[in-house]
Design a protein around this ligand. Structure first.
Ligand code: ATP
Length: 361
């Protein structure tokens, strides 16, 4: 049973007008408002230096916001409380374990400080080891563990003290790709099972999509967008988000009878008015390769290069524009550079940025 491992009622967290300026430079974080729902996993995603870690450290109590900013845990104002008074568990990229202690001693460290009785402590260690799939490894030394195992120990140690909130800063970044995927799946399951409020920092969009109930995309100290992974992927609010998550194609053309028309062809777009100039966006995996003689809204181009990726093939297709169209298909086939092909984008896959539907006006 996991019920005795976390606080019963998950906590909400609120950042109110929290900014952070280091020294006399530009602010690392502009004033942000952010609400984390009880029990959700919120992922902070963005390029290096955008302020993810700073935001996490403000929540942890490892940094304090500039004057005026407030941090709330539930109804409690914790703005001035240091980390040890906030009841947070943290997991870092570099494990931060005690290397000359055993697995069990590492996990029990916080429990000892809290003067938990030895028998109870041992039982608790067992529960936690089972939870992170490390049964039987209590007596191993840390330096005899793989990177993935170390990170599992770090997670167990963070959970041992029954934190109200779990904070994870790039916990999987140091691991190789295969291991990262396994741990990502386990972590996903564990976070759901525990129902603990968790904040997860990463620059890896795949990780963000897989783990986040909601994702916050950050850009230069600001929140660019906050929403479900689907929101972020299918309804990006600006070009930064559209290009940071996945790959985005763009075509600019003019409206003609419910299509956006350009020299190489057209894509369907019910919203476009005749003769209006617009830019449409669509994802590589949403482009269908169709026979050249197909009738309907479609694009014609020349294959520039192809990349076989195992489960799919990526094609760069020159349509005479500034940028080639990128196509990803799961169809088995071989396409050759110089080959002329037809492309079609289904209407539901065509996106526009909100607020700038008519670029030509
Ligand atoms: P990364 O993925 O590289 O860790 P990040 O998105 O987590 O990036 P932060 O670590 O929050 O970004 O840093 C945001 C900005 O604040 C950066 O420009 C960084 O150099 C600066 N910064 C962070 N911590 C400090 C500090 N202690 N002193 C001075 N500047 C800092």
């Amino acid at each position: 049973s996991f019920s005795n491992t976390t606080a019963l009622k998950p906590l909400s967290i609120k950042l109110v007008q929290c900014s952070k300026t280091f020294g006399n430079g530009a602010p690392a974080l502009e004033p942000i408002d952010l609400e984390i729902h009880p029990g959700e996993t919120l992922v902070l995603l963005g390029p290096s230096g955008c302020g993810k870690t700073t935001t996490l450290r403000l929540i942890a109590g490892l940094e304090f916001p500039d004057a005026g900013g407030r941090v709330l845990f539930g109804d409690e104002d914790v703005t001035d409380l240091p980390i040890e008074k906030r009841g947070v568990g943290m997991v870092f990229q570099n494990y931060a374990l005690f290397p000359n202690m055993t697995v069990g001693e590492n996990i029990a460290y916080g429990l000892k400080i809290r003067k938990m009785a030895p028998a109870e402590r041992l039982a608790k260690i067992d529960t936690l080891l089972e939870m992170v799939h490390l049964q039987g490894l209590s007596h191993r030394r840390i330096d005899q563990l793989s990177g993935g195992q170390k990170q599992r120990v770090a997670l167990a140690r963070a959970l041992a003290v029954e934190p109200k909130v779990l904070l994870l800063d790039e916990p999987l970044t140091a691991l190789d790709a295969k291991l990262r995927e396994t741990l990502r799946a386990d972590l996903n399951q564990l976070l759901r099972k525990l129902g603990i409020t968790a904040i997860y920092v990463t620059h890896d969009q795949g990780e963000a999509m897989a783990l986040g109930d909601r994702v916050v995309v950050m850009e230069r100290g600001k929140i660019a967008q906050i929403g479900s992974p689907q929101d972020i992927y299918y309804r990006p609010v600006n070009n930064f988000v559209a290009d940071f998550i996945g790959t985005m194609n763009r075509v600019t053309g003019v409206g003609r009878a419910g299509q956006l028309s350009f020299s190489a062809g057209a894509v369907p777009m019910a919203a476009v008015k005749d003769n209006q100039t617009m830019t449409a966006m669509f994802r590589p995996e949403d482009v269908d390769i169709v026979p050249l003689e197909t009738v309907g809204a479609e694009i014609f181009g020349d294959v520039m290069s192809t990349f076989f990726m195992g489960d799919r093939t990526r094609l760069l297709v020159d349509i005479g524009g500034e940028m080639p169209i990128i196509v990803e298909t799961r169809r088995r086939g071989v396409w050759h550079a110089g080959e002329r092909i037809g492309l079609r984008v289904p209407e539901q896959a065509v996106m526009q940025l909100p607020g700038k539907p008519w670029e030509g006006e």
